[in-house]
Design a protein around this ligand. Sequence first.
Ligand code: TYM
Length: 380
Amino acid sequence: MVEDFTVTPWEVKGKIDYDKLIEQFGTQKITPELKSQLNSMAGDLHVMVRRDVFFSHRDFDLALKKQKEGKGFYAYTGRGPSLGMHIGHLIPFIFTKWLQDKFNINVYIEMTDDEKFLRNQDYQLQQTRDWSKNNIADIIAVGFNPDKTFIFQDTEYIRNMYPLAIKIGKKITFSEARSTFGLDVSSNIGIIFYPALQIVPTMFEKKMCLIPAGIDQDPYWRLQRDMAESLGFFKAAQVHSKFLPPLSGPEGKMSSSSPESAIYLDDDPNTVEKKIMKYAFSGGQSTVELQRKYGGNPDVDVAFQWLYYFFEPDDLKVREIEEEYRSGKLLSGELKEILVQKLNAFLEAHRSKRDEAINEINVFKYDGKLASQMWKTVHE
Ligand code: TYM
């Protein structure tokens, strides 16, 4: 059956049915049992796990088992640098930082300045390099441990990755890459080889690698799992997140390419307020009278969805907001105002951490404990 939604690393379209995606991609649902196991090991549950923003996984249970047995795991995630990051991009990083805090694990963060350059005819390499620097500051601001986190840019770290990259490259045929990523004979040969570079960090340690990421990145991990053991490494484990919906409504994902659909990390308070008030798709009724009478629909209301994803972490409060909105007690404008306050408080705190993070870029890239060790390692 043809689905009315599409999820690939480069395109997310339509109203995504996440249960169907689990079937399509052959992943597992994060079950109440897995949540309770995580809860008992971590001491609590991250809001994005409690609310099924992280909804799917492969071998997350196995990674936790390794941790219990004292063998441990490490985390790996990444970012294709662009001019500005939007709040959706932070989701995997926020959860990865939580995992680092709870399990004291190493974290590797790949900045794919190569991928971004290769994918877009209009971009110059210098641009994607400059954006990496900017994006790295936003990522550091999430609060990673400088001794246990290595952030690297592909075009810089390539020498250390190349031997392993070609071993991986040799295991993937063009035909597999073509069907996995929707490439064709007009694709440039740089992007055809690129998947090897996104797979290398899953083999940075002889430990299990756990990848927190949006589910759009899953095709890479399917390829990884087919070949990892033949190269002497573990199949990578993953935890997949849903997409923070764009302001325009519950379809697709927030994307950097349509500015009015996204809130960027450097949007000032006025811009945030204007965008939310003007563009955030409302599940409310067309008039105050109708809203009071029939109530709104939080399931499609973007302001509510954003509060639910993580901007209102208090479970009781979010339930109260949901009930008041459904019953008509809370109007759409009032709901949006709650989000504006939360978002602006979040962004203000983020920006002040970001200002400090700019001075720490070299620690995470080169001089920190893990970073300096990694520069001495050539991956084979
Ligand atoms: P990129 O830069 O497109 O996205 C970075 C991360 O953000 C996730 N994401 C979202 N999550 C929730 N809601 C959204 N609206 C949303 N939009 C994007 C993505 O799924 C991703 O996890 N090729 C990668 C870079 C990369 C990578 C990795 C990502 C290299 N190695 C390992 C994850 C794990 C990319 O261009 O991501």
